[in-house]
Write a protein that binds this ligand. Structure first.
Ligand SMILES: *[C@@H]1O[C@H](CO)[C@@H](O)[C@H](O)[C@H]1NC(C)=O
Ligand SMILES: *[C@@H]1O[C@H](CO)[C@@H](O)[C@H](O)[C@H]1NC(C)=O
Ligand SMILES: *[C@@H]1O[C@H](CO)[C@@H](O)[C@H](O)[C@H]1NC(C)=O
Length: 492
């Protein structure tokens, strides 16, 4: 999902041990202990289930994917004849990962309710490194489903539709260390589909070439259909397949807000009155990977210029490292010190960085604790946290460009204006363009949503409704299945 994800694909994922620079509150020590126990427990689990194979051991992988024809195959009349092998970073966390999960959960439910589904689904880890912390944060239902779908077997090459759900650099032959998709190159499987997206205004020539090697290319939005075809991807191969959002999981009526004062957090700017139990009047939440593209600089600048301590608001950032260390507090302080921002007379409005790993199962409670979700990104593939916030009925403020234009409208959100396009200045996508979100407009919208809570609530309600009617798991599962049907009918 992240353009810059491809920039240093060989760099190992940063160490995820808890940052001990911050004072250890008792609750924090407790959570470290829990985390430790969870890791030691699940390490055994995954070894047994072999869900985290070492990418070097190619043979190990082959053990789990039995494409050898089964002699009894034709007698199993109730078995669906086709296989769909979905290869994605299921165990990695991040954009592609959560997107892939949303599809297989949707497809699994959909096919479960059918008497004779025409395919059986199996999954494989591909496209990014495994992250044990992410795995541990999944519900046991999801983990069990992963293990179950991973063990599906007995499919013929020529009856298998492979979906390579990742950035094109991971496709066969991969440009970095990962299980190749399709496994053994092109031409062997019935159909190979590349599912991908991008965050700038174009697709680079290497990726275009890789897209054109696929039988089909699935992208999530009209923005991508245009960007991909204009960059040279064969238009007859490109299909728009939107993404599901699990509105039953992200349901504001089902969860209690997480207690923001009790989670591991660092106060980076502003004051915390430890004697006062009073809540902030208004909480801004942002969730993103720490990279320039996400516009964290725009967010800090706008927030710090617009608000001061007297406003009684707070900004919470849930961020994770992207090829960087996780000392975000220092990065923020450094940014502010090197900027022209002046400390308000009343003092900075508080900025918190959430240090705890928030397990996926607790995400709805985190959204619930916020009043508005804000992400002034320069470019997004889809924007998972945005649609999750919308499903949670939060008003969202986010840049009105790229992927999110698929679902943002004045009635369901606060689309953020941008001041033209700016150039990507680093990495292999140097020279591509993305949007430069407007600081002035962001200030205005943040102030506006805070001053008009009723309007924000009604946009939030509309947002949830839009998510349910356009991107519900059942609706999107049907879109996927109809497309698969079409493929099978053309070939079969
Ligand atoms: C799948 O179905 C179960 C129960 O049948 C339901 O609880 C769950 O929310 C569904 N998940 C999705 C993604 O539709
Ligand atoms: C698939 O391959 C098997 C043998 O490997 C062959 O018998 C069968 O006809 C093939 N099916 C299709 C649809 O090509
Ligand atoms: C958002 O962008 C679309 C074009 O993609 C435009 O039609 C719409 O007016 C914009 N909305 C706002 C609030 O600027």
């Amino acid at each position: 999902m992240d353009a810059t994800e491809n920039q240093e694909p060989h760099q190992p994922r940063p160490n995820r041990t808890p940052n001990l620079l911050f004072p250890l509150k008792p609750i924090y020590v407790f959570s470290i202990l829990i985390l430790f126990l969870a890791i030691s427990f699940s390490t055994n689990l995954y070894r047994r289930a072999s869900l985290f194979p070492n990418p070097n051991l190619y043979k190990e992988f082959l053990k789990f994917i039995h494409f050898t024809p089964n002699v009894n195959y034709h007698n199993k009349v109730t078995e669906p004849p086709y296989c769909v092998l979905w290869m994605a970073p299921f165990l990695s966390g991040g954009g592609y990962s959560s997107e892939a999960w949303s599809y297989i959960l949707a497809l699994n439910n959909y096919t479960k309710n059918q008497k004779n589904p025409f395919f059986k689904l199996s999954i494989e880890q591909h496209g990014d490194e495994q992250n044990i912390e992410f795995w541990n944060g999944l519900s046991s239902e999801m983990r069990n489903l992963a293990i179950q779908l991973h063990q599906n077997e007995e499919c013929r090459f020529n009856q298998t539709i492979v979906i390579c759900h990742s950035e094109p650099g991971a496709w066969y032959p991969p440009l970095f260390e990962t299980l190749p998709c399709p496994l053994s190159g092109y031409g062997k499987f019935m159909v190979v589909i590349g599912r991908t997206m991008f965050e700038t205004d174009r697709v680079n020539p290497e990726h275009v070439k890789r897209c054109n090697m696929m039988d089909l290319v699935w992208v999530p939005t009209d923005f991508h259909v245009n960007a991909f075809t204009q960059s040279g991807v064969d238009p007859t191969k490109v299909r728009k397949i939107v993404q599901p959002v699990d509105f039953k999981f992200f349901d504001p009526y089902k969860v209690e807000p997480i207690d923001l004062a009790s989670i591991g957090r660092s106060l980076v700017l502003g004051f915390e009155d430890v004697n006062s139990k009073k809540e902030f009047k208004f909480v801004f939440l942002s969730i993103f990977k720490w990279e320039y593209r996400k516009g964290w600089d725009v967010l800090l600048r706008s927030y710090l210029k617009e608000f001061s301590l007297v406003d009684n608001v707070a900004l919470y950032l849930l961020t994770n490292p992207y090829h960087s260390d996780k000392d975000f507090s220092n990065k923020i302080v450094e940014y502010v010190e090197n900027s022209d921002l002046e400390t308000p007379v009343n003092g900075w409005s508080p900025v918190y960085v959430i240090d705890d790993h928030i397990p996926q199962v607790d995400l709805p409670r985190l959204y619930k604790a916020a009043d508005v979700f804000v992400l002034p990104s320069r470019g997004e593939g889809w924007g998972r946290p945005i649609v999750e916030a919308m499903a949670m009925s939060l008003p969202v403020i986010t840049t009105n460009w790229s992927g999110p234009t698929e679902y943002l409208r004045d009635e369901n959100s606060y689309p953020l204006c941008f001041e033209g396009m700016s150039e990507v200045t680093q990495g292999p996508f140097k020279g591509h363009l993305w949007a430069e979100p407007s600081v002035d407009n962001l200030r205005l919208l943040m102030r506006h949503v805070m001053s008009n809570p009723e309007e924000g609530k009604s946009k939030g309600m509309q947002a949830r409704l839009d998510m349910m009617t356009r991107f519900s798991p059942d609706i999107v599962a049907k879109v996927v299945i109809d497309n698969l049907h079409e493929i099978v009918e053309k070939i079969g």
